[in-house]
Design a protein around this ligand. Structure first.
Ligand SMILES: [Mn+2]
Length: 396
């Protein structure tokens, strides 16, 4: 049996004001060809289908058109889509019943009402069983966190998720003793590498779940959440990574999907996704950056500049003027920390994207001249709580 594992599409992403529509379109046409060519039986998409809970209409259209095109591929019997932390449960859930008719299973939160154990059959023979575990939200893995410290919460999340996987594994075993069992998941595992664009999804961000633990039960584990293609301590526990770079920090990665062949044993081949839009980071002083900008041949490249110059504001103006002249697109300019720290006082102006949400709030709070220290502290705490709850949800 042949399985194609992908994740973290982030359809509808607004990338510093730019749309990713063309890149996603190109990825889907490439993926359709790959599925046909390799006669894939099962397609697994391990979460973060959309970038936000309320994706733009063009992103929904892309998604449905792709699923419709999948239905005409003969070899492909089943597609399983699980929700990630970016996905809204209700957005994915709305067409769930309709998509079942196309053999597309959508798992939105993995609660008790949802059947996450999916047997893959061919001529009545069970070829494999998939434990389609989505991003597990707090409400699903534990009842309440009230009054617990951060480390207790982390421990609960780890224990809760482990118990969830063990239960799923046992259910699959009960269903068929001898078939290979595949698990899906959307989480950070111990020993994996992350880039800047994934958010910590559980409080504290670290779960004590490793590749070896998952491999002790499952024949293959198709993970999502981290955007770099990688194995986690075991050949059969893998992240596929995202099919397009989702932040400048991912511009040096190679985007891939995993082609998994399950026979007597499990073989994995990483397939490189062709890059349609180049992202490039340029660092240095004014002269270095100017030289590198002039060397860029592909004018459609999106550029991020990190200025490390004694006169960063002057350099910034010069660089932007040169980019306009060369018809290049600079999407972000960052002033490297050491310089910024030195000059912060005299410049008084810091770009908003260099501050955290909390820092912005603290700065605004300062302007209020509130004298009651206790009240000020409470305001900060309440604000941080709200932000942390939002992170737990999905919108920020
Ligand atoms: Mn993601």
């Amino acid at each position: 049996m042949k399985v194609l594992h992908t994740s973290d599409w982030h359809l509808g992403q607004n990338f510093m004001g730019k749309s990713r529509e063309e890149e996603h379109k190109a990825f889907f046409s490439w993926l359709l060809e790959i599925i046909k060519e390799n006669q894939i039986d099962l397609l697994l998409v391990s979460g973060d289908i959309f970038d936000t809970g309320t994706p733009p209409n063009y992103a929904l259209e892309l998604y449905y058109n792709f699923l419709k095109q999948l239905s005409s591929i003969k070899s492909l019997t089943t597609t399983i889509i699980t929700a990630g932390n970016h996905d809204s449960v209700s957005t994915l859930k709305a067409p769930k019943q309709l998509l079942e008719a196309l053999n597309v299973h959508v798992i939105v939160n993995g609660d008790e009402d949802e059947n996450i154990i999916i047997p893959i059959k061919e001529d009545d023979i069970t070829k494999a069983i998939v434990c389609a575990v989505p991003f597990l939200r707090d409400s699903v893995i534990r009842q309440s966190l009230g009054g617990q410290t951060v480390s207790q919460k982390e421990k609960l999340a780890t224990d809760g998720i482990k118990a969830y996987y063990e239960k799923a594994y046992n259910k699959a075993k009960e269903l068929n003793e001898n078939s290979p069992i595949i698990a899906m998941g959307h989480l950070t595992t111990v020993g994996s590498r992350s880039s800047e664009s994934e958010r910590d999804i559980y409080i504290g961000g670290t779960l004590d779940i490793g590749g070896d633990y998952l491999a002790s039960m499952f024949d293959y584990v198709a993970l999502g959440h981290l955007h770099i293609n990688q194995t986690v301590g075991n050949e059969h526990v893998r992240y596929s990574g995202s099919p397009i770079p989702l932040s400048f920090s991912e511009s040096k990665n190679t985007q891939k999907v995993n082609l998994v062949t399950i026979d007597e044993d499990v073989k994995v081949e990483e397939l490189e996704v062709p890059l349609t839009k180049k992202l490039q980071v340029i660092k240095g002083d004014l002269e270095t950056i100017k030289k590198e900008l002039k060397a860029i041949e592909d004018k459609s490249t999106w550029i991020e500049v990190h200025i490390k110059d004694d006169n960063p504001m002057f350099a910034n103006t010069e660089i932007r003027e040169l980019a306009t002249k060369l018809e290049l697109t600079i999407l972000a300019v960052k002033i490297e920390k050491s310089e910024k720290a030195l000059r912060a006082k005299e410049l008084k102006a810091i770009s908003l994207d260099e501050l955290s949400v909390q820092e912005v709030f603290e700065k605004r709070l300062k302007d209020e001249n509130i004298e009651n220290k206790e009240f000020k502290k409470q305001l900060s705490q309440t604000f941080n709580e709200v932000v942390s709850n939002l992170h737990q949800e999905e919108q920020i």
